[in-house]
Each structure stands twice: as structure tokens, then as C-alpha cells.
Design a protein around this ligand. Structure first.
Ligand code: XIL
Length: 457
């Protein structure tokens, strides 16, 4: 299907979706929304979600690979580059070169970056494998602290602990050197990560937890306990390395975790190629779209030839980078819409730095894209620097009478109705010449119809 017919299809899907909750993407002062909806990332963004890919630093020189990456995806996960063996190859010596490559690739494309993974029984450096007891515990917590501190303010969500539960019927923990340091190692890791980077969402991530089963129920019980005791956990990742089927209760499983008060994310999706690959991809996407707190989906690689599952062709693009049927099924499921994700995602912090010089008019511009429904909307505002770099920005939006801003993210707001001001937060005030950043807000009534004004310093 060419982009135009995809667009027509999307429009007809939207318009035929009866009822008050029809999500109508309206663009104000932004050219290209129609084109944007023909990519995975832009389609997911219409409901406040992201669509990401695991990427490898060693492939960033491949133009087919980076072409698909920058066109289609608005989130990235390092496939290996932020793991313990990569970031602390000898004890106390930290190497971030490749992790930073992934980070910068993502940030320069305006993408979210998922950090993966602070602690895991696999891909530990050999020095850690040979430690035990309190020496291992303190080395592990130091690792969490150092790596989360290095990436502070830049990571959307961290897989703090990966794959700590056992397969099989018991629903208990996996035996590992980390587990042998004491059952509280997971909460100790989450507390250390929260101290190091209070704005990153902190996730527990695992596989074979994609339906309601003993293992996922073990994780569920841990998350419920963490929430009840105030252990800082924000999200649960479901790897979703799937074969030729999908659990019938996939969506119900996501929902039961969401009901505990955490976000849920599909973190490593790949599906064995078979007759039903496209429909399984579609089912996973529709399940996420149906769960309000399912904030995004990540596929574990771009082309089949990039996959760790050699020979299974489990991804959305073939070896040459062509879109597969599975790609189209995902795109259609994203474009069919679903409840908008509550706009709390992404690092949100009180302003810790404000522009030191008052913003001056004209050095930046702003444009708004609206996702509207009957009685409300979310607005994504793109702030673009002019020919000079910007060190802080302030955007003014005029709202129609009767409406009010209820929530803002990636910006601070002043006022709620009439003329509403937004200013950068600590991590997004600096925009390079010609570059851009985005913030958002949710409101009641109708969204703004005029182009906002931007002042920069
Ligand atoms: C895999 C990578 O894709 C491979 O390149 C590497 O050799 C092994 O790890 N669960 C996870 C991921 O959490 O980190 C794993 O990634 C796949 C399974």
C-alpha cells in the first residue's frame, strides 16, 4: 500500500469509528502530519505512545538501517551497549562509548531512549560473575548508581532488573549470583536507580510473562508488594519474544499489571515467521492500544537480518529493508487508535534551571499538533530553534474560551486558561541551531487554533 492509500485507509478507519471517543488528529501549523501517520512512530504518537526498536551501535554506519530507524521509530533501546559487561568491563572502570552512541542517535532523532539493562544474571562481566555475597551486592548497587547517574535525565525508562524470575510452575525467583545476595536485591536496585535518576521510569522486565501464568503472577505479586511499600517502580516490561502463537489473555495480563498503578510496555517484541506472523503482531499492537497505561512497543531489531533469532525472520522488515506484511498489520493497528496514554510519560521534573537571560522574541518558533476528542485533546508542541542555538525558551498558547489546560509534560506551565505560558524544563532548554524539541499538554474543550508564539534566549 502506498502512503496515500494508507492515509486514506487511516482516515476511513478514524471516521468510521463511531462514538464520542473518536480520536481525530488535527494539525495546526504543522505540515506533514498526514505523511507522519504513515510511519510506526508517528502513528503510535497519535495516541501518546511510542514505537521503538532495539539498535546496535555497530550498525549505525549502515545507511539502509539508519534510514529505516530515523524514518519509522521514535524510541530506541541499546541491544547490548548498556549491559553490565559493556559498561563496566573491569570493576570500577566504566565505558560509555557505545552506550552514548545509542543515546545520541536516539536523542538527535527526537526519540525516547529505553535503558537496558542495569542488572541481569546474563552478560555480566567476568569479574562480577566471580563475586558473591556482600562484595557482589555492593558492586551491583554501585553499578546501578554509576550507570544511572551517567545517563541521568536522558533515559525515558530503565530496565532496572531483567529476567529475575524462574521459568516453570513455581512463580519464584531464578537462582543467580544476584539472587544469592538476598531476596531484597531487586528493591535495593530500584531504590538506587531512583536516587540516581529520579525522573527515569523504572521498569522490571522479563520474558514468558506475556500471559497470565505462574511466572507472570510471581512478578505481579512482587510489583503489588513494591507499590504497597513505596519501592519506586513505575513500569513492567513484557519482552514478548513470541513463537507461532500469542496467549489468549495477553491483553488481560497487561491490564492486570496496569491496574496495580504501573505503566506497561512491550519491550522486545519479535515473532517467529509463519502463516500467522502478521496477525500475531497485530494482536500484540491492538492489546497495547487497548490498555491505557501501555505506553509503547519496542521491536527487538529492525530487519530480519538484524535479529538475534537467526533464521526465524521475526521482524517487520526483510533483509533488504522492505516492509513485510507484519509491518502493515502493525501500522494499521496503530492507526486504528485506542485510548490516549495519560500524559505523564517521559522525564517530568520541576524546573531546576530557568533561562538566565530573558527570552527574546523571534529566535524560535512553535507549532502544535492536536489529538482531539469530544470535550478534550492532547497537544504536542514542537519548539524549533532558528539559525542560532537556544538556551531556554518560552511558548505562549491562546486557548479558546471555556477550555483549560489540565496537565503538561516536558515543560512547566503558567496559567490554565486564556493565554497560557509554557517554559522549558532543565533537560530540554538547550536546542541547537535549527534543532527542535517537543513538549505537550492536555486540555478540556477545544485545542488552540492559532500558532503559538515562541521566545528564546
Ligand atoms: C540479546 C541480544 O539481542 C543479543 O545480541 C545478545 O547476544 C544476547 O542478548 N532478553 C533480553 C535481551 O533482555 O537483552 C536479549 O538480547 C534477548 C533476550
Amino acid at each position: 500500500m502506498n502512503p496515500r492509500s494508507i492515509l486514506r485507509r487511516r482516515r476511513s478507519l478514524l471516521l468510521s469509528a463511531a462514538g464520542a471517543a473518536v480520536v481525530l488528529a488535527a494539525s495546526v501549523a504543522v505540515a506533514g502530519t498526514a505523511e507522519a501517520a504513515s510511519t510506526l512512530g508517528a502513528s503510535a504518537a497519535q495516541s501518546g505512545r511510542y514505537f521503538g526498536a532495539a539498535i546496535a551501535a555497530g550498525k549505525l554506519g549502515d545507511s539502509t538501517y539508519t534510514g529505516i530507524l530515523t524514518r519509522e521509530f521514535n524510541a530506541v533501546t541499546p541491544e547490548n551497549e548498556m549491559k553490565w559487561d559493556a559498561t563496566e568491563p573491569s570493576q570500577g572502570r566504566f565505558t560509555y562509548t557505545n552506550g552514548d552512541r545509542i543515546l545520541n542517535q536516539g536523542l538527535s532523532n527526537g526519540s525516547k531512549v529505553r535503558g537496558h539493562a542495569l542488572l541481569w544474571h546474563a552478560q555480566q562481566p567476568s569479574w562480577a560473575q566471580s563475586l558473591s555475597g556482600s562484595a557482589l551486592r555492593s558492586a551491583a548497587i554501585n553499578h546501578v548508581t554509576q550507570v544511572a547517574t551517567h545517563y541521568k535525565g536522558k533515559i525515558y525508562a530503565w530496565d532496572v532488573v531483567n529476567e529475575a524470575f524462574a521459568d516453570g510452575g513455581g512463580g519464584g525467583r531464578r537462582d543467580s549470583n544476584l539472587q544469592r545476595t538476598g531476596n531484597d536485591w531487586i528493591e535495593a536496585a530500584f531504590r538506587a536507580a531512583h536516587t540516581a535518576d529520579p525522573n527515569a521510569k523504572l521498569c522490571y522486565n522479563d520474558y514468558n510473562t506475556d500471559g497470565v501464568n505462574a511466572k507472570s503472577t510471581g512478578v505481579y505479586t512482587m510489583v503489588r508488594d513494591f507499590k504497597s511499600r513505596g519501592v519506586p517502580i513505575d513500569c513492567v516490561g513484557f519482552q514478548s519474544h513470541l513463537g507461532t502463537g500469542i496467549p489468549g489473555d495477553y491483553q488481560a495480563n497487561l491490564q492486570r499489571f496496569a491496574d496495580l498503578g504501573v505503566d506497561v510496555q512491550i519491550t522486545e517484541l519479535d515473532v517467529a515467521q509463519g502463516g500467522n506472523q502478521a496477525s500475531i503482531y497485530s494482536s500484540v499492537t491492538r492489546a497495547c492500544m487497548a490498555v491505557t497505561r501501555c505506553t509503547g512497543i519496542t521491536v527487538w531489531g529492525i530487519r530480519d537480518s538484524d535479529s538475534w533469532r537467526t533464521g526465524e525472520n521475526p521482524l517487520l522488515f526483510d533483509n533488504s529493508g522492505n516492509k513485510k506484511a507484519a509491518y502493515t498489520s502493525v501500522l494499521n493497528a496503530l492507526n486504528a487508535g485506542g485510548p490516549t496514554v495519560p500524559p505523564t510519560s517521559g522525564p517530568t521534573s520541576p524546573p531546576t534551571s530557568s533561562p538566565t537571560t530573558p527570552p527574546s522574541a523571534g529566535a524560535c518558533s512553535a507549532s502544535v499538533t492536536l489529538n482531539s476528542w469530544s470535550g478534550g485533546y492532547t497537544a504536542t508542541v514542537k519548539v524549533t530553534a532558528g539559525s542560532a542555538a537556544v538556551n531556554g525558551w518560552a511558548v505562549t498558547v491562546n486557548l479558546p474560551a471555556g477550555g483549560a489546560v489540565t496537565n503538561a509534560w516536558n515543560a512547566t506551565s503558567t496559567g490554565t486558561s486564556g493565554t497560557v505560558g509554557f517554559a522549558n524544563v532543565s533537560y530540554n532548554g538547550q536546542i541547537p541551531a535549527g534543532g527542535s524539541t517537543e513538549f505537550g499538554f492536555q486540555g478540556t474543550g477545544s485545542g488552540p487554533s492559532a500558532t503559538p508564539t515562541c521566545r528564546a534566549s
